[in-house]
Ligand binder design. Structure first.
Ligand code: SAH
Ligand code: SF4
Length: 345
């Protein structure tokens, strides 16, 4: 018996092979890819370019899978959160943030996360499973389809999970996002907690996408306490990898720094941060800690945030205090926990 194939689970090459195996001309593969990744069809029957006969022939061989939207919330500030359920009923979240004419979609790369950062709700969940490439990409397709004719202009892998811990599927997803969906590499950013070997491999496998590094502390003592990954790849190794990271002209690495009251928000930290970043083309995103986890961490005071920002700006680094949007619907950084853990609905 022939197995019915989910076309979305196939790579481009596999779609070509599928078409060839069934005696169809090569251009049928291009048409399928176009309708799936640019027209966002949810079903083969929507491919109106194909005759009815061809559509029903194909339906015996293949189908198009779709993430199921289980919940959609809109924050007072306009931020939207989407809870999707996967074929095995696991759940993930994506967040859409509007800022002037920019529409940034923050997508997940894993259900849960194994990294265990103490300030992050996704870390609280622990690791559930890696997402397949199509489950990563389908978050964009589902949201874009819903808000047509608008489309996300920027994609950030900053939702649930550590993307570099799911390297192969993330690389394939990045390829589909930039190669098949036509989203410019300049508008795609991968954020990592600092898996150094994979960070160095990334530009070879997915060149020219933007890199963001969650630094979050300036001493190994503090960083190891709040980000266990630091025990494996301490700050010095991480910064060396950043220095070696190949960047195109005018491109920069983004350093994310979650300011936690009394933990990493002192002026001494700000000064050390400036030193660490010396010689790296970069910008700094400061994020005030969003509460919600099990731990007893505090938000930084407004004065501490301002003083920290000033120290960095005074040394001629680009620094931005990132507003945490969508807090009222638990859509802000570090607040994604889908349907897992305590308080799951
Ligand atoms: N795992 C990747 C990407 C997802 S986390 C990473 O760690 O980079 C996305 C960002 O949210 C990271 O920069 C992380 O430091 C930040 N973050 C996590 N918990 C947070 C919290 N409670 N408040 C503010 N930012 C948080
Ligand atoms: Fe994982 Fe990133 Fe959260 Fe750390 S901050 S637990 S790496 S999702």
């Amino acid at each position: 018996m022939v197995q019915i194939k989910d076309l979305k689970s196939l790579s481009r090459e596999e779609v070509y092979r599928f078409v060839a195996d069934h005696g169809l001309p090569k251009y049928r593969a291009d048409q399928l890819l176009h309708w799936i990744y640019e027209r966002y069809v949810a079903d083969l029957q929507e491919i109106t370019e194909f005759s009815k006969t061809l559509r029903s022939e194909l339906a015996n061989l293949a189908f198009i899978s779709n993430l199921e939207l289980r919940k959609h919330q809109r924050s007072r500030d306009g931020t939207e959160k989407f809870l999707f359920s996967l074929a095995d009923r696991q759940t993930i979240e994506s967040v859409l943030i509007a800022d002037k004419d920019r529409l940034t979609l923050c997508i997940s790369s894993q259900a849960g996360c194994a990294m265990g950062c103490s300030f992050c709700l996704t870390g609280d969940i622990g690791f559930i499973r890696n997402l397949k490439a199509h489950e990563i990409v389908d978050q964009i397709i589902a949201v874009n389809r819903r808000m047509a004719p608008r489309r996300a202009t920027n994609i950030v892998l900053m939702g649930m999970g550590e993307p570099l811990a799911n390297f192969d599927e993330v690389v394939e997803a990045l390829w589909r996002i930039t190669g098949l969906m036509g989203i410019s590499k300049r508008r795609v950013t991968l954020s990592t907690s600092g898996l150094v070997p994979k960070m160095l491999e990334l530009p070879k496998r997915a060149p020219d996408i933007n890199l963001a590094v969650s630094l979050n502390a300036t001493t190994d003592e503090v960083r190891s306490r709040i980000m266990p990954i630091n025990r494996t790849y301490p700050i010095r190794e991480l910064m060396n990898a950043c220095r070696r990271y190949p960047l195109k002209p005018r491109r920069r690495i983004t350093f994310e720094y979650v300011l936690i009251g009394g933990v990493n928000d002192s002026l001494a930290d700000a000064t050390r941060l400036v030193k660490l970043l010396r010689g790296i083309p970069c910008k700094v995103n400061l994020i005030a800690y969003n509460p919600g986890g099990q731990g007893s961490m505090k938000r930084p005071s407004a004065e501490a945030v301002q003083a920290f920002q000033k120290t960095i700006a005074d040394s001629n680094l680009t620094v931005l205090v990132r507003e945490s949007k969508g807090q009222d619907i638990l859509a802000a950084c570090g607040q994604l926990k889908a349907h897992y853990g305590k308080g799951a609905r």
